[in-house]
Write a protein that binds this ligand. Sequence first.
Ligand code: MF3
Ligand code: CO
Ligand code: CO
Length: 279
Amino acid sequence: MYFRSSSVEIKSAREIDAMREVGRLAGETLSLIGAHVKPGVTTDELNRIAHEDTLKKGARPAPLNYRGSAGDTPFPKSICTSVNEVVCHGIPGPYALKEGDIVNVDITHLYKGFHGDTSATFYVGRKISKKAQLVTEVARRCLDLAIAEVRPGARLGDIGAAIQEFAEPRGCSVVRDFVGHGIGRKFHDEPKVSHVGERGKGLRLKAGMTFTIEPMINTGGWEVEILDDDWTAVTRDGSLSAQFEHTILVTDSGAEILTVRPSKLENSEIFDSYFDSNP
Ligand code: MF3
Ligand code: CO
Ligand code: CO
């Protein structure tokens, strides 16, 4: 199979500066929302706070009224909030978060013509089941390991392989139906960044490429279903799902995370040595 790397944009220095700017703003909003995650808060409330913060920064929430490639139904809210068995694209609403839930918050800003896309899974309260901790910490580590593969000359397959190699031996599965994506002036661009793959296969990375990596990890099988709202993706077997996402730049020597955060993520980065006691 041929991969036309010519269809993948290489950003100029000016474009990279703009991507850094929007990435930082998206990271700030994600941190702010994380601090608001607690039992009793509705996902609509998180949406409202994110929407206002986005506008305050002079940015636009890219999800609002976004139409997927096939979709006729525009996304009705400014962020995605995906609770427990929701894999991605959960729509904020009247649901009040409860102790022990996990919730992924996915933020995409559009600022000065460029997109920054980032998400994290947060713990609601501190009484968190072993399964919820496992899937969340596996997803977090999968993103870190995938980013560590990124450098000029590496292949897209190396990213998917690193994720599978960590998740599957721990009894988790990697979602196939949604992928990371090139990003820039377009929200979803080439290349498609699969979270499963084989080392040494797929597109060869080049400095100046910008794309997201956003592994979705389930405690059960990888199959998903879309609800009647045309957006909400849930695990087919009802098992838990967690996800982390960064927007990444391929640099001359490796990777730069564009969606940097101002500080440690509240209500998420709370089990620091998880894999020391759960190897
Ligand atoms: N932010 C999601 C992603 O990571 C896409 C959300 S599209 C929406 O690609 F319309 F659901 F918001
Ligand atoms: Co994305
Ligand atoms: Co996203």
